[in-house]
Design a protein around this ligand. Structure first.
Ligand code: B12
Ligand code: SF4
Length: 462
């Protein structure tokens, strides 16, 4: 039996992300559960959430001295991943295998630069045992699991020492973890570089309930729904809410959703099961821009969908976090300001502004490649860097800061109002403690700059 160490890298070992310890890395926790079932000894280091330096990570690798090191690689964590491989080679003789979203979208000819022994394209549950046993070299194309109900639950015990739920300096209620109710995505946004080949799959509500019961026994209070979109399959959500009610189960849920499912039954169900906050990929409310992002087949209806979702969130006391992207080629400053105002006046609680990224594997990266704007190994670049928007980084950054300022000014007040509306007294008490705590904390501490992804500096006070 082998000793296996999985590592989840940070975006950068120098700057820490504002999202740094939000939710556990479920992908490797699923793989760990499968390996443990076969009798392997598994360790997991979440270098992002544990805020480890490269030297500290090297120390941990030396101490564990594993036979196999498995690393998750995102496009934005590619550099950190390369550093980890270098350090792992120096401090161990382990066989090194890398997987994750970037490996699945990278042109294969560039994978060798990572200097691992093997690279896994796709979801690895079906292959992981054989990989650990046979230790093959080169690129392995994994088959996706169609029946995701057949998978064991992720082994969250491997990261029980890490405190999750931290988000822009705030902390979710109680003990926090993540869950997946679906895999894959049904949409094809042009800026998105999640692996497209993975089909959309849904877990049965009974199976999700079984996992939630286990999380309840383990004492979890808050759960981040790690699906690409929790509202991708409203029927499952509605059924799940019904089952949870029947079983007397309730958690504080957070997740990501789309605006184009503004159904009252769905929102009532989400409120009943405990959904507290949803992050929506609004991106823009200008149909021309929305069309370019291929967000929907009905771009002219998008602003109406946004309005309806804002209204439903208000009605059911769900905190609305709207994400916007700035820098589409035809997008003017007036368009961007209009989108911000639309959310500000429409009742969004938080607004998260981002500069458009061209990432390998996305349709817009392929387009920029054809135009000769990106080099084949330039896996990520911002719109201003490529000259694909008339605006400079500073101009777009200013708009991002305007969103951050709105969130800091209004977000907590309006979110608290929504919580009051829900009449959940435990939550209200937690909110008061946090609000007062944060206020004192903010006054005491100096300003700090958080690195948030690539091309964007998120300045906040902690
Ligand atoms: C939850 C989540 C987060 C959470 C928690 C991250 C975490 N600890 O998991 C938070 C909010 C913190 C987050 C942050 C970021 N995220 Co995120 N996140 C997700 C999300 C929604 C779910 C992740 C998940 O659980 N997936 C389900 C599991 C089963 O899939 P998986 O992780 O890919 O793992 C499978 C395979 O990839 C493979 N595999 C994975 N690792 C390994 C390792 C080995 C050795 C092997 C063999 C196989 C293997 O097997 C796994 C099991 O099937 C995904 C979208 C998605 N649905 O995947 C985006 C996603 C992964 N995130 C993305 C991005 C861009 C980010 C950020 C860079 C955003 C930013 N600008 O800051 C940061 C990066 C932080 C960091 N250090 O990684 C992109 C990555 C795109 C890409 N190609 O790189 C995705 C795909 C979203 C998207 N639609 O574009 N994220
Ligand atoms: S951005 Fe979200 S909705 Fe669009 S394709 Fe990517 S995961 Fe799906």
């Amino acid at each position: 039996m082998a000793s296996v160490l999985f590592i989840y890298p940070p975006i950068s070992f120098r700057e820490r992300s504002a999202l740094s310890a939000y939710s556990p890395p479920l992908g490797i926790l699923y793989l760990s559960a499968i390996l443990e079932r076969e009798g392997h000894e598994v360790h997991v280091i979440d270098a992002e959430a544990e805020r480890l330096s490269l030297a500290e990570l090297a120390g941990r690798i030396k101490t564990i001295n594993p036979d196999v090191i498995g690393i998750t690689c995102l496009t934005l964590t590619l550099d950190s991943c390369k550093h980890i491989v270098r350090v792992a080679r120096k401090h161990s003789d382990a066989y090194i295998v890398v997987g994750g979203p970037h490996i699945s979208v990278s042109p294969p000819e560039y994978l060798e630069e990572i200097d691992a022994d093997a690279y896994v394209v796709g979801e690895a549950e079906a292959e992981i045992c054989e990989i650990i046993k046979e230790r093959p070299r080169g690129i392995i194309y994994a088959k996706e699991t169609h029946d995701i109900d057949s998978l064991p639950f992720p082994d969250r015990g491997l990261v029980s020492h890490v405190e999750y739920g931290k988000f822009y300096g705030m902390q979710a209620v109680g003990k926090v973890t993540g869950i997946l109710t679906t895999r894959g995505c049904r949409y094809g946004c042009t800026y998105c570089n999640r692996p497209k080949k993975l089909g959309f799959r849904v877990r049965s509500p009974h199976e999700i309930l079984r996992e939630l019961k286990e999380l309840d026994r383990e004492g979890f209070d808050s759960i981040w729904i790690a699906d690409d979109n929790f509202t991708n399959n409203p029927k499952v959500v509605i059924k799940l809410a019904e089952l949870m009610k029947r079983n007397g189960l309730k958690f504080h849920f957070f997740g990501q959703a789309r605006v184009d499912v503004p159904s009252r039954v769905l929102y009532r169900s989400m409120r009943d099961m405990g959904v507290l906050a949803l992050s929506y990929g609004v991106e823009s409310v200008v149909p021309e821009v929305v069309r370019w992002y291929n967000k929907t087949r009905y771009p002219e209806k998008w602003p109406e969908y946004v309005k309806k979702s804002l209204k439903l969130c208000d009605e059911y006391g769900i905190v609305f976090l709207g994400s916007l992207i700035f820098g589409a080629p035809m997008e003017t400053k007036e368009h961007m300001e209009y989108s911000i105002e639309f959310l500000e006046k429409g009742g969004a609680d938080f607004i998260n502004g981002n500069i458009l990224l061209y990432m390998v594997g996305s349709a817009i990266w392929n387009w920029a490649r054809k135009l000769g704007k990106v080099r084949p190994n330039q896996f990520v670049a911002t719109a201003p860097e490529l000259g694909l928007t008339p605006y400079s980084t500073e101009e777009l950054q200013e708009l991002c800061n305007r969103c951050a300022d709105f969130s800091k000014r209004e977000g907590w007040k309006s979110a608290f109002r929504k919580v009051l509306k829900r009449r959940e007294f435990g939550l209200i008490w937690f909110g008061i403690k946090r609000y007062v705590g944060n206020y004192l904390h903010i006054r005491k501490l100096r300003r700090e700059v958080y690195g948030y992804g690539y091309g964007k500096k998120y300045t906040t006070e902690i």
